[in-house]
Design a protein around this ligand. Sequence first.
Ligand SMILES: *Cc1c(COP(=O)(O)O)cnc(C)c1O
Length: 423
Amino acid sequence: MARDIIFDLIEDERERQTVGLELIASENYVSDDVMEAVGSILTNKYAEGYPQKRYYGGCEVIDEVETLAIERLKHLFNAEYVNVQPHSGSQANASVYLAVLKPGEKMMGMDLSHGGHLTHGSPVSASGLLYQTCFYQVERESGRIDYEAMRQTALKERPKLIICGASAYSRDIDYKKFREVADEIGALLMADIAHPAGLIARGILSDPLPHCHIVTSTTHKTLRGPRGGIIMMGKDFENPWGHKTPKGEIKMMSNLLNMGVFPGTQGGPLEHVIAGKAVAFEEALSDKYFDYILQVSKNAKALANAMVSHGYQIISGGTDNHLMLIDLRNKDINGKEAENCLVKAHITCNKNMVPFDDKSPFTTSGIRLGTPAITTRGLKEKDMETIADLIDEALMNKDNDTVLEAVGKKVNDLMSDRPLFKW
Ligand SMILES: *Cc1c(COP(=O)(O)O)cnc(C)c1O
């Protein structure tokens, strides 16, 4: 039988990933070990439920796999409770909402156009369709979260759940301040650390776990694991609504969160992916990963500085983490045009709304750049200057295909002899 064309397409994609410069802030390259686990026969197994409490037989080995993933993740974030089953970041968030909110109750998140995520209450997401929503924003001047305005919105709107964490915000977050506001109105506080999880795990950014009731994340962005989600708590606590078991015992928040994932929003867990998560968590605990994630943040600062020296404006003026949002309004090019011309030069990034954007989400005034993937390829600070030169050359010649092709060749040269993943 002829080999399925799908495998040719996988090779085409491997080629694309290998020759190009990957600046999408949410992407990364996983190790061969992570891929081997995710591509394993564990995909064959049904294991609804949790270790030692399954609805299917034959889960002895699977239980060991999931238990290892749980223990490693607890160690990585110093968490008392974790759930490694959410299929994605969005599923993790949906599970938390189901556990802590009734339909129609109110949540407060960061405005999507100011860096927030669709699942933090956008009207096109289940979060915005099932729950009432209100939002906080960044300050126009500083580009940083306006904590006092956030507090005023919370006092006025009285959400039951406050969400901090973002997809396009380059600064550290003051979780303590968020918690003070949550306590003031008796709300629960959730941090969604999908983007900076790896920097938080290794102490490069401040730690939300001591301040937030619940923390969710993806595992595939800076954490460099397989595509998936997780839920954590620094400390388990009695649920504030007095939900009881049939025996009359008060349920802890951990029970509600586990039920929010299964059976609340998911069926059988993806145990092959959970095995890949376990491998990635062990990698993230290593010295080599620490060197990697520190380099991610150094590269982000170097790239931001190099872009500024070409006259580009960065929202908030710089970055504390792995990404930056560039406002192109002084450069006579919009986000969509920038994304398109960079792709022609084998540089991938995404167009992005900037705070107080006057263009639509399909056009946008900005682009978002991140360093997790290129740092996995081994690039260092001095390469960031080269990359800024290449980006500038492409953007300044957006309609000149000859120049864009030449920039693409330089990109291919820069990335040759660089495997997708190498310790
Ligand atoms: C990426 C992201 C998610 C969603 O993750 P998926 O795995 O794509 O569902 C959720 N929240 C934030 C803040 C994100 O950046």
